[in-house]
Design a binder for this molecule. Structure first.
Ligand SMILES: [Zn+2]
Length: 645
């Protein structure tokens, strides 16, 4: 596989150039897609391979426009550019819906004779027909019109849900003493204002350390209330509309619920199987979760006699206290070893060695903000693609951590370009941030390595959605390995993080694993159940689901769902994190724990799973790599390891 001879996009070097660039990029590509569709219709009947080649061009053009629009809508520092990008995204989405509902186009595909097509082309044809049917192209005209309306509106409402969360940055005002317990660099980064107060915002780099370290329980409670009330109440109505649109959409297409419709194209296959999976994992983690919870509660009661529950205002803080006291892991000691610049370089070195990649910083490359670090990536000496690391928070930027595409790689056509969008502080990082960075980078290398297919349909992270987290969760394992960490995690004096400390961190991480799994099952159940049946009072429903699955209690007066961004993109499929984790643990069982860089396994993994992109069903890729179908054994062992600690 090689992308020799291809060059990356030339991006504007200043924020001002982006309006024209984006208009051009989206305008040209969407126009090209429209023209190509006209060609397909004019030249009909054509041989199936000609049809598929033309259709591939349409997919490339659509992908180019949509990737640029979607990225810029989330990262550009100027509000008007983000809005322009959202409009472009809506236009692209509308065209994509029009095409999916174009009966004439569908008939051309139905008439295509698959005889003689190679395996890749046959798969593209099969998937195209499936996508057409799922769009409802075979419905009557009024129904197609309604589906089009629903689809357009779903995107707008989903964007609104995200925008409301992004724009609603809240804060609390505390006295300087209320910073007690926080690391020195955090205190320095939060100076006292003229009124003698300190402002703590709901941005992640402010909130997460505060919830983990601040000794003042009332201040933690005040912050968690603000954090879990972002975009509330405004997003209640937005969410209800989104759920209603999706339910109608699924019903029209003959499904009982959106969850059933969505699951059809996932590894899991059926909506009901999501509920079964959640119950299976909930049961498997019950014993370990309750044992950890009892430890947390006992420790909380030592400070607050009579406390009967551990809630969201105390959970992160007491988990940290127990880790420090029981496992002797002091996160402040740990973070001394994770200075941002060293971590970023360490990540590149580790993934470079693992996958045979090299990274060259491109200082002069254009980007949307000066914080963005751009690298050209080579695979064993030949060009592979370009990456953009946009890792610090700023106003109006996407608030979570995610990988975005800029360009999907196509063999001999265009170089894959991918972007990491995260919100880390600029100084010392928590180890959990380091794990997040490795995780997101797992998506990024997947995007790049699968960027040499001739078919757009297979390019990048083009696999079933409930498999996409597996490669990134697998890469997290490298952020927990002592010898890997020691290669880049050094303190100011240049001392590498001690092996014993990493061992303790791992033991500390094992503590609370059952609780973590149960919280994940709360999120998964919420995402599934909201898309399975109508819910009149979402706040009351969240409380009920949380009580059934999460081991931590809700803080009174909070509305977590209003900023639960994954309800947008993942809809009913939040379970995918745990589903992928089951598979990631199985994939990891093939690696030698004593030598995570053993080249044979790493290269085989790279070539059979990552580079394959979407050219086979995920279950088949996993079987190719493991030499057998995946199973839950390694995951169960992992949960039992938690029991030991
Ligand atoms: Zn991920």
């Amino acid at each position: 596989m090689t992308n020799s001879g291809l060059t990356p996009l030339t991006l504007p070097v200043s924020p001002e150039g982006w309006g024209d660039w984006l208009g051009q990029r989206c305008g040209v590509q969407l126009a090209r897609a429209r023209a190509l569709v006209a060609v397909i219709k004019d030249t009909h009947p054509a041989a199936a391979d000609t049809l598929l080649a033309d259709w591939n061009e349409v997919s490339i053009a659509m992908g180019n426009a949509m990737s640029a629009a979607s990225l810029i809508s989330q990262v550009h520092p100027q509000e008007e550019l983000r809005s322009q990008a959202e409009t472009a995204e809506q236009e692209g989405h509308k065209l994509s819906t029009d095409l999916a509902l174009d009966r004439d186009l569908f008939e051309i595909f139905v008439a295509a004779d698959p005889t003689g097509l190679d395996e890749g082309a046959a798969r593209v044809l099969h998937l195209a027909l499936r996508d057409f049917r799922r769009a409802g192209v075979d419905q009557d005209e009024p129904t197609r019109a309604r589906l089009r309306e629903l689809s357009d509106r779903e995107l707008v409402v989903d964007q609104e849900f995200g925008k409301n969360t992004r724009d609603d940055v809240r804060s609390i005002s505390v006295t300087p003493d209320q910073l007690a317990g926080l690391p020195q660099d955090y205190i320095e980064a939060h100076p006292v204002d003229a009124d003698g107060r300190v402002t703590i915002t709901t941005e992640y780099p402010d909130t997460i350390p505060f919830m983990t370290f601040a000794l003042d329980a009332e201040a933690r409670r005040a912050l968690v209330v603000e954090f879990n009330n972002r975009a509330w109440p405004v997003n209640d109505a937005v969410l209800q509309e989104l759920l209603g649109l999706r339910a109608e959409h699924a019903r029209i297409l003959g499904f009982d619920s959106w969850a059933d419709f969505d699951a059809e194209v996932k590894m899991i296959g059926r909506g009901a199987a999501i509920g079964e999976f959640i119950d299976q994992i909930t049961a498997a983690s019950d014993e370990s979760g309750r044992r950890d919870l009892a430890v947390l509660l006992e420790r909380l009661q030592a400070d607050r006699p009579g406390a009967s529950v551990v809630d969201r205002a105390d959970s992160a803080f007491y988990k940290e206290v127990v880790r420090r006291e029981r496992f002797d892991v002091d996160a402040q000691q740990v973070r001394r070893y994770f200075e941002f610049a060293k971590v970023r370089q360490g990540l590149l070195d580790v993934t470079g060695r693992l996958f045979g990649l090299s990274y060259a910083r491109v200082e002069e490359a254009g980007s949307w903000h000066e914080d963005v670090a751009v690298y050209d990536v080579q695979l064993e000496g030949t060009p592979l693609g370009r990456i953009y690391l946009d890792l610090h928070p700023r106003e109006g930027k996407y608030k979570h951590a995610a990988q975005f595409d800029l360009v999907a790689g196509i063999r001999d056509r265009q170089l894959p370009e991918g972007v990491l969008v995260c919100n880390f502080g600029r100084g010392l990082m928590e180890h959990s941030d380091v794990v997040t960075l490795f995780h997101e980078f797992g998506h990024l290398v997947h995007h790049l390595l699968a960027g040499c297919h001739p078919w757009a349909r297979f390019s990048g992270v083009a696999t079933e959605w409930d498999f996409v987290e597996a490669p990134s969760q697998l890469l997290e394992e490298w952020a927990w390995d002592a010898s890997v960490l020691r290669s880049f995690a050094t303190d100011d004096a240049g001392e590498a993080i001690p092996e014993e400390l990493v061992a303790k961190m791992r033991a500390g991480e094992d503590f609370g694993k059952g609780c973590f799994v149960r919280t994940q099952m709360f999120y998964a159940a919420l995402s599934y159940r909201l898309h399975k049946e109508p819910v009149a009072d979402i706040t009351a429903f969240v409380r009920e689901i949380q009580a059934a699955y999460d081991l931590f209690a809700q803080v009174e007066g909070t509305h977590f769902h209003a900023s639960f961004g994954h309800l947008g993109g993942y809809s009913s499929a939040y379970y995918t994190y745990m589903w992928s984790l089951v598979i990631a643990k199985d994939l990891f069982s093939a690696f030698d724990r004593e030598d995570l860089f053993a080249p044979e396994t790493a290269r085989r993994y790279r070539d059979t799973i990552l580079a394959a992109g979407g050219n086979k069903d995920a279950a088949e890729l996993v079987t190719d790599f493991l030499g057998r179908p995946y199973n839950i054994e390694a995951f169960s062992t992992w949960l039992q390891e938690a029991l030991v600690c």
